[in-house]
Design a protein around this ligand. Sequence first.
Ligand code: AMP
Length: 406
Amino acid sequence: MSEGAPVRRQLLVPTVPSYVASRLTPHALEPGAMLGVLGGGQLGAMFAAATRRLGYRVAVWDPDPEAPALRQADRAIARPFSDAAVLTDFTRSVSAATYEWENIPAATASAIEAIVPLRPSARTLATIQNRLDQKTFLSQHGIPVAPFAAIRILSELQVSETVGYPCLCKTATAGYDGKGQWRLETPRDLDGVREELTQAGAMGPWVLERFLAFEKELSVLVVRGADQDHRIYPVVENRHEAGILRVTRVPAVVDRRVAERAQQVAVAVVDALGGVGVFCVELFLMPDGGLFVNEVASRPHNSGHYTLDACTVSQFEQQVRVVGGLPLGEARLLCPAVMINLIGDDVLRATSGDRLPNLLRMSGAKLHLYGKREVRVGRKMGHVTFLGEKPDDAWTAAGAFHAGLG
Ligand code: AMP
């Protein structure tokens, strides 16, 4: 556009230029349509940015008025998910919807889906959002998971031979980033964990699962469109600290056959779910080459943030394409990458003094800050993706940066 030319506004209303319409499927939403997202954290903000880039508008609904994605929304709704009036208003204003975290009330998801397409569906969400239902579903579909048992009431907390020690007791709902997890090394820990759970007022049920002495943690993003077309991203390798994802390396340094099997398992999971959307399947790679699924997310995932800078089409753009009924994009890795999360006051260390200009000047480093106003312990404040020509370039640069964070 030449300088001073008037801003053209027609794409901001739900009309579609004929050149676009002629190339889209009948189910595709036209540019200018409003897509809705439940949850307004960084994942919602990245979805909002991708939504805008493809010419859609975006409505963000999050109970927390400070949620960062609300600031990027065409329509920002800071009200509880249980608000019936907001639900009516939201479903009237959006043409299709998705969510950026799994703890959306199932009733809200079903009520939305009764009016507009929700991708992934409320049924998929219900299976995913309860750890116990998820593990039961996966094992019933022949997907390998760690041996587990359901604990419905605290007095039932016993460790069977199948599960064995060491094991983890995890809350079935609302646990994330290692929260809501207790480790039991020996039978002597049973009383202590029972007491901790009682004191924490923790509500059951819980999943008791064998602690797996894995060699590596891997994850795979799989995207399935409304037309059943699908894309598989490369296998990545993840490192956690205190239960929170710290580093993602792509491609994972694993045998080619392991990578192929990991992708096959991930696709089998999404097939079993009949899922339409972006899914992340987290896996444990055992020293003998065996793979177990740890958990499945029915949304873009922190371990897929590298796709923003290192892939032809990011996980967030795929999410927009799925929700908008557009063809999926290519999931090609353009270069090796390493992503480092900025957790809690990492963000202060990474951006203090000369560090910020140095980081910004660094070749291949891409900084993402989430704009969260308050720094809290364990809170994801941003991430940096290091791109390399060769896998070792990205790894070395990320290692130096990580060491600098202390
Ligand atoms: P989760 O919230 O279930 O994803 O667990 C957070 C982290 O705890 C995982 O990424 C692993 O590092 C660790 N973890 C979870 N389950 C197990 C398990 N069964 N065996 C060993 N480590 C586990």
